[in-house]
Design a protein around this ligand. Structure first.
Ligand code: PLP
Length: 389
């Protein structure tokens, strides 16, 4: 995080770098050539990001009818979409069916019954609960069939004449240890065996998301894939990365529009008297870009310590407190830049209290622009503007 001074507008804004998304895709192809990414739209649904990834040939992981609509509106075909939500509203299942989106996940019997009614020809992936202890955001309490229930679920799917094609898992977001993928891949292999004994021939493995924006090579041990699902096994491997593609591509700029000096109730470091604390009010807070602030604890340490400070969001909500930090003094009109801020920020923003959501400005070099072959789509980037340099 850095600060700088720009006169004029106070509206918060993002700068999104599409070259970075392109580079991430290249890196993915180099490191995991066997794994087709289905980008998780929930992470950042900016249309230019979706268009970029679509031009690069990725698939899309959609969590709802609206997300399916969104990617199809930019020309993505149904075979490039996985409806990767293990618990879906019945109307959304029917919508997917009507659009020809066949790939979807399940993790319980009630869901199988809904799918039988809404999309009997769906190609199903059984989502299993895996160890998420190596990740910052846990998903396995809410989603995934436990290994003890997998056998009966597969038998029920067989009785219902449903087409189970594979297994999916998610090790949790911000995974820090490749062993989590290894354990999960091994468990998925075990489920493939169980399914075979029940009469299914599975040929699709979905290794989910969880890859951080930095160091893909650290978290996914492709050796585990080669060991349990070698290239000649005939199993197609896909993934649902979100954060990996967009986190580092976006920087947020926040304007300091008010500040207040107060006496801190705590004693000063030398034990004598009270310290000054400075409270800053910035143009986007927990109801805006920081909706998922729990994921950004590292941002607290990026200023060199000086004054004990509190950064508040702009709304009247007393809980809209972004963070407590030690930092140099800022003035009204200063800007705070928050880098690596493209994941789980834009879709979570609201305009609560009438404060504008951050504007999105996109930048891309002419080389990448041409390579992506956007043609006239510059004018139709509805959520932002494209700049060339
Ligand atoms: N797939 C599913 C089903 C998810 O729930 C999520 C995130 O919650 C993702 C993919 C994307 O995860 P990440 O951004 O950690 O890669």
């Amino acid at each position: 995080m850095e600060t700088s001074r720009i006169e004029g507008s106070e509206v918060p804004f993002y700068v999104g770098n599409l070259d970075s998304v392109f580079e991430k895709h290249q890196k993915w192809q180099t490191l995991l050539p066997r794994v087709t990414p289905f980008y998780a739209v929930k992470c950042n649904n900016n249309l230019a990001v979706l268009r970029t990834l679509s031009a690069l040939g990725t698939g899309f992981d959609c969590a709802s009818k609206r997300e399916i609509e969104m990617v199809m509106s930019i020309g993505v075909t149904p075979d490039k979409i996985i409806y990767a939500h293990a618990t879906k509203p019945q109307t959304h299942i029917r919508y997917a069916c009507a659009q020809g989106v066949d790939m979807m996940t399940f993790d319980n019997e009630e869901e199988l019954l809904k799918i039988t009614r809404g999309h009997p020809n769906a190609k199903l992936l059984l989502r299993i609960a895996v160890d998420d202890s190596k990740s910052q955001v846990k998903l396995s309490t809410k989603f995934g069939a436990t290994l003890g229930t997998v056998g009966s679920l597969l038998k029920r799917a067989h009785e219902l004449d449903l087409d189970v094609k594979g297994v999916s898992f998610h090790v949790g977001s911000l995974c820090t240890d490749s062993v989590a993928y290894r354990w999960a891949i091994e468990e998925a292999h075990h489920v493939f065996e169980q399914a075979r004994l029940i009469g299914f021939h599975l040929d699709l493995l979905d290794i989910g998301g969880g890859f951080s924006g930095h160091g893909l090579e650290m978290v996914l041990n492709s050796k585990a894939l080669d060991e349990f699902f070698p290239a000649d096994s005939g199993v197609r491997v896909i993934a649902e990365p979100g954060r990996y593609f967009v986190d580092s591509a976006f920087t947020l700029a926040l304007n300091v529009f008010a500040r207040k000096k107060v006496w801190n109730m705590l004693m000063s470091a030398d034990g004598n008297g009270l310290d000054t604390m400075i409270m800053y009010y910035v143009t986007s807070g927990l109801h805006g870009a920081f909706g998922d602030i729990k994921l950004y604890p590292d941002k607290k340490h990026l200023f060199c310590p000086r004054y004990q400070s509190v950064i508040w969001g702009p709304t009247c909500d007393g809980a809209d407190r972004i963070m407590d930090v030690w930092m140099p003094e800022l003035n009204i009109g200063d800007w705070i830049l928050v880098d690596n801020f493209g994941a789980y920020t834009i879709p979570l923003s609201t305009d609560f209290n009438g404060f504008e959501k951050p504007t999105i400005y996109l930048v891309v070099t002419p080389q990448i622009w041409k390579m992506l072959n956007f043609k006239s789509s510059c004018a139709s980037l509805e959520q932002g503007k494209a700049f060339l340099w």
